[in-house]
Design a protein around this ligand. Structure first.
Ligand SMILES: Nc1nc2c(ncn2[C@@H]2O[C@H](COP(=O)(O)O[C@H]3[C@@H](O)[C@H](n4cnc5c(=O)[nH]c(N)nc54)O[C@@H]3COP(=O)(O)O)[C@@H](O)[C@H]2O)c(=O)[nH]1
Length: 638
């Protein structure tokens, strides 16, 4: 019987074996089984609960473990994120680039330290401002017009150049890139941007550009820039029908001045001249430096020839104003050549070429004057070019020859020397005057070869005369600047003398002052060398250049040749008389001989004798003649 039933019967005072009526045995048996079944069910339930509880426990344990792992992960991620944010913040604050975020309305909502540095504005002045409305932000209108549609369509911007004017007035050049900021839902909620300060690159590029377009000495535009300016001006003039003028201004004998006073002072003089030119033209006109002592001006909507003459004569007067530098006074002059659009040329290069031709004419006409281009100048330029070409063949075609002009004693007319003078009888152009072809030979550099030929020919002729029994005085040859600069000069002289068994004293060289002053130090060295060899040296055209006692003392010359311009007016012109007298006195005080050139009249001869001039050269005492005529009429037997 089930123990619970047994206890219940006992509590009721019934002994299960005796006191319970037999008829209840079946019932008690069923109750006892029911109790047992209930026990079993309860035990099962307990067991099930126990199992469920254990499972729950395990589940909870797992959940706790997962949660802990997750929490660890989150913590690690958060740390990573914080580190990454800190890194980003540090990088942003270290970066000199400006970084920002702006909202949909382009108002700044985050700015980096770099942005504050670049704009020189504190964060609070930046936040909330529209980027493009920031005070100081500058972008050119054309570029802004291109940007607006891109911003509206939320497109990204790359490398947009703009400027920012800082509150202190300094300007920064920036290059901006921006791209849309997108939220998790893929919607654009503003822009992120970065701006790089490219001021130093921009300024360096501007400096390079400036160097490529401006002359560093004077700050004026250079040739390249000037050509562009004239190109544009010509295009404008074509549209407007207004004439324009291009004028070349070349400082006279500047090279000599430069070599005399030194390059630093020469530079200062060039700067002074540049400033004077700029100051004497209208604001709308331009002046540039082509190089050396050559300036060029552009005058748009220029006036008539008369008005241009007035302008340029005023410019020449400005150039000729004395320049006071370091207690010294310098006097310069300039020569101007003008060409006008459309009359003298239809494009820049023609205008410049024609202005150049006109400037050469101004030089030929005595310098310090203004010349306009004319068609006949074009003919002269063409002739120059043709002569230059023909001259290249002149030696090979035996078209060159020498004439000889006597130099005689002023007192008794005794033959003391000869000057060899070059003649060219061109197959194509007939006899060409040396006054015309020598400058062409000098400009084209052919004078070095031609001069060497003169030297050989003069020496050969002396030998030939002597061999035919004639007494030959020293023969002088003219040396040009190019020859004088040629390192072979002394050797060529020695060879020509040796080849013809002549003594150095048989040969004389004549050089103008400007040849000497081209490279004074070098000239002094070469002249000393020639004097040591025993050659006689004459300074030609004396009085026209930089004649001064100081210069004469520096160069070891034996004779000065008084220029014919001072002989022409003798004896009546008091200035010429005074100058001729001064030159003779000065030369004699330095123990130099004086030969007067271009003597054409007896009166001139008398005046020169009275001034104690030593020698005479001119048509009066003998014209230049060929070797055979000289041998027949002038030279005497030994
Ligand atoms: N570098 C070289 N230059 C040379 C050479 N040969 C000549 N020249 C130079 O060419 C210039 C012109 O020379 P040219 O036409 O020969 O004139 C010379 C004489 O004919 C001329 N002269 C002589 N006497 C008189 C005169 O009484 N009146 C007058 N009006 N002219 C006269 O003078 C020229 C000589 O001048 P200079 O040389 O100064 O003594 C001229 O500059 C020549 O130098 C050469 O081979 N090389």
């Amino acid at each position: 019987m089930h123990p619970l039933l047994l206890r219940q019967l006992k509590r009721e005072g019934l002994a299960p074996d005796s006191d319970v009526p037999e008829r209840l045995y079946g019932l008690l048996d069923r109750i006892s089984r029911a109790y047992s079944e209930a026990d079993e069910e309860r035990q099962l339930l307990d067991r099930a609960q126990e199992l469920a509880s254990r499972e729950n426990e395990a589940l909870c344990e797992n959940l706790r473990a997962e949660r802990a792992a997750l929490e660890q992960k989150v913590e690690a991620r958060t740390t990573d994120l914080q580190l990454s944010e800190a890194r980003l913040r540090s990088l942003l604050s270290l970066s000199v680039d400006a970084v920002w975020e702006q909202d949909e309305d382009h108002r700044l909502r985050l700015v980096s330290d770099g942005m504050c540095l670049l704009t020189a504005l504190p964060t609070e002045r930046l936040l909330g401002q529209r980027l493009f409305d920031l005070p100081g932000f500058r972008i050119n209108d054309g570029q802004m017009q291109q940007l607006l549609p891109r911003l509206e369509s939320r497109a990204s911007l790359r490398e947009v150049a703009c400027q920012f004017d800082r509150p202190d007035g300094s300007v920064r050049h920036l290059r901006i890139s921006m791209e849309p900021a997108v939220n998790a839902a893929g919607q654009v909620h503003g822009y992120r941007g970065v701006a790089r300060d490219i001021t130093s690159e921009t300024l360096a590029a501007q400096r390079l550009d400036c160097m490529a377009r401006f002359d560093s000495l004077t700050g004026l535009p250079n040739r390249t820039h000037f050509v562009e300016m004239v190109d544009h001006a010509v295009a404008r003039a074509r549209r407007s029908g207004q004439p324009l003028a291009v004028a070349l201004v070349d400082l006279d004998r500047f090279k000599t001045v430069n070599d005399t006073v030194g390059h630093a002072m020469g530079d200062e003089l060039l700067r002074t001249m540049a400033a004077r030119l700029r100051a004497n033209i209208r604001e709308v006109d331009s002046v540039a430096r082509l190089g050396g002592d050559e300036f060029v001006l552009l005058l748009e909507s220029c006036g008539s020839e008369g008005e241009l003459s007035t302008v340029f004569n005023r410019l020449l007067a400005a150039i000729a104003e004395p320049v006071e530098l370091l207690d010294r006074t310098y006097l310069l002059t300039g020569s101007v050549g003008l060409a006008r659009f459309p009359d003298d040329g239809n494009d820049t290069s023609t205008l410049l070429r024609h202005a150049d031709a006109a400037m050469y004419l101004a030089k030929e006409r005595g310098k310090n004057n203004v010349q306009f281009y004319t068609d006949s100048l074009a003919t002269q330029s063409a002739r120059r070019f043709e002569l230059e070409t023909a001259l290249r063949q002149a030696i090979a075609r035996q078209e060159l020859s020498l004439h000889y002009q006597p130099k005689v004693a002023a007192t008794d007319g005794q033959l003391l020397g000869l000057e060899a003078l070059l003649r060219w009888n061109s197959g194509a152009y007939g006899p060409v005057s040396p006054a015309e072809f020598i400058p062409v030979a000098e400009e084209s550099g052919q004078i070095v070869e031609i001069g060497a030929w003169v030297l050989r020919q003069a020496c050969w002729q002396m030998r030939a005369w002597r061999d035919s029994g004639l007494a030959v005085p020293p023969v002088a040859v003219n040396l040009s600047a190019h020859q004088f600069a040629d390192n072979n000069l002394v050797t060529e002289i020695e060879n020509a003398l040796a080849l013809n068994q002549l003594a150095p004293a048989d040969l004389e060289v004549e050089l103008t002052e400007s040849v000497l002053m081209t490279e004074p130090e070098r000239a002094r060295g070469v002249l000393h060398h020639l004097r040591q060899l025993g050659l006689h040296v004459t300074i030609d055209d004396f009085g026209t250049g930089y004649s001064s006692l100081a210069y004469l003392k520096r160069f070891p010359a034996g004779t000065v040749k008084l220029d014919r311009t001072f002989v022409r007016g003798l004896p009546d012109d008091s200035d010429d008389s005074a100058i001729a007298g001064a030159v003779v006195a000065m030369a004699h005080s330095l123990r130099l001989l004086v030969v007067a050139e271009g003597v054409e009249t007896e009166k001139q001869l008398e005046a020169l004798r009275a001034l104690k001039c030593d020698q005479i050269q001119g048509y009066l005492t003998g014209r230049p003649v060929d070797a055979a005529t000289l041998a027949k009429n002038v030279l005497r037997p030994q």
